[in-house]
Design a protein around this ligand. Structure first.
Ligand code: C2E
Ligand code: MG
Ligand code: MG
Ligand code: MG
Length: 286
């Protein structure tokens, strides 16, 4: 094509694009070996009951300890894992590790794990989940699979059957980042999800007065029998507003950042009083 344009072979050569492509290929190559080399690690962000201040569970968030690049965040490698199909074995590892950790903490806790579309559509996710539950001894009802709306975007009978077979195992299903995708309210009726996670972009704009849109999402979730979780709480005003509007659970840097397993285990023992700022808001829990 470049030759036809008459500008020489490199007429459309863009060094920046080339570098980005080489980076991606290198990362993809490293990613292939990362599982064998045990380079993934999970951090755990607590989910807090807004009525009591209690930690009811955690969300497992994967990180990649790259030998030369340091800690790589999920948004930098999950897309590559998805396009190469590596997300399937990586996703299985994440699920098993999160369940092992939950069982090791030795008390009833919800453990949420993110599942991408590719995992959902490749092979038999329900069989994978069943084998992870069996090998770790994790009670099914303590595992929650978080999926974004994109999973449900292709509203096919096949996807509905997948959801139904996951539900049949007794695990919980959460709709992650609710409100960001091409949400169709019809999905709420068609797909039996247990948890609705309100995307951080809605929480960002919240102040102490609350917000009619967030209030409506919470009511909508409750009307469909779902538990509502607000993600990305960063200040006290947002926390107060969400409590006022009757949101069930919350996550966010105000409560705790995602933590390495040892620190998360400590937090579980001490409770969130460690976060000092919560003390006046949860007098009954303390
Ligand atoms: P997500 O599932 O919506 O997870 C929430 C993200 O928001 C996490 O980023 C978390 O660290 C961040 N976060 C939590 N509280 C706050 C807050 O108060 N303020 C701000 N600004 N951010 C907050 P993280 O860990 O970088 O993960 C990003 C995304 O990567 C996740 O979004 C999820 O979609 C994906 N991801 C993470 N782990 C996995 C995994 O094991 N498998 C798959 N398929 N995707 C994963
Ligand atoms: Mg999530
Ligand atoms: Mg989310
Ligand atoms: Mg989000």
């Amino acid at each position: 094509k470049a030759k036809e344009a008459g500008g020489g072979v490199y007429a459309t050569y863009d060094p920046a694009m080339h570098d980005a492509l080489v980076q991606r290929l290198e990362l993809a190559d490293d990613l292939r070996r990362a599982l064998d080399r045990d380079e993934f690690v999970l951090h755990y962000q607590p989910t807090v009951d807004l009525a009591t201040g209690e930690i009811i569970g955690f969300e497992a968030l994967v990180r990649w300890q790259h030998p030369t690049r340091g800690m790589v965040p999920p948004l930098d490698f999950i897309p590559i894992a998805e396009s190469t199909g590596l997300i399937v074995p990586i996703g299985r590892w994440v699920m098993a590790e999160a369940c092992r950790q939950a069982v090791a903490w030795g008390r009833p806790l919800k453990m949420a794990v993110n599942v991408s579309v590719r995992q959902f559509e490749a092979g038999d996710l329900a069989a994978t989940v069943a084998s992870v539950l069996a090998e770790t001894g994790m009670p099914a009802d303590q595992l929650c699979l978080e999926m974004t709306e994109s999973v449900l975007l292709t509203d096919t009978d096949e996807n509905l059957a997948r959801i139904v077979s996951l539900k049949a195992l007794g695990v919980m299903l959460a709709m992650d980042d609710f409100g960001t995708g091409y949400s169709s309210l019809a999905y709420l009726r068609r797909f039996p999800m247990d948890v609705l996670k309100i995307d951080r972009s809605f929480i960002d704009r919240l102040d102490h007065e609350g917000d009619p849109l967030v209030d409506t999402i919470i009511r909508l979730g409750h009307r469909f029998g779902m538990t509502t979780v607000a993600e990305g709480i960063e200040n006290e005003a947002q926390l107060a507003a969400l409590r006022m509007m009757g949101c069930d659970f919350a996550q966010g840097y105000l409560l705790s950042r995602p933590l390495p397993s040892a620190a998360a285990g400590e937090l579980l023992k001490t409770g969130l009083a460690v976060g000092a700022s919560l003390t006046p808001l949860f007098p009954y829990a303390l």
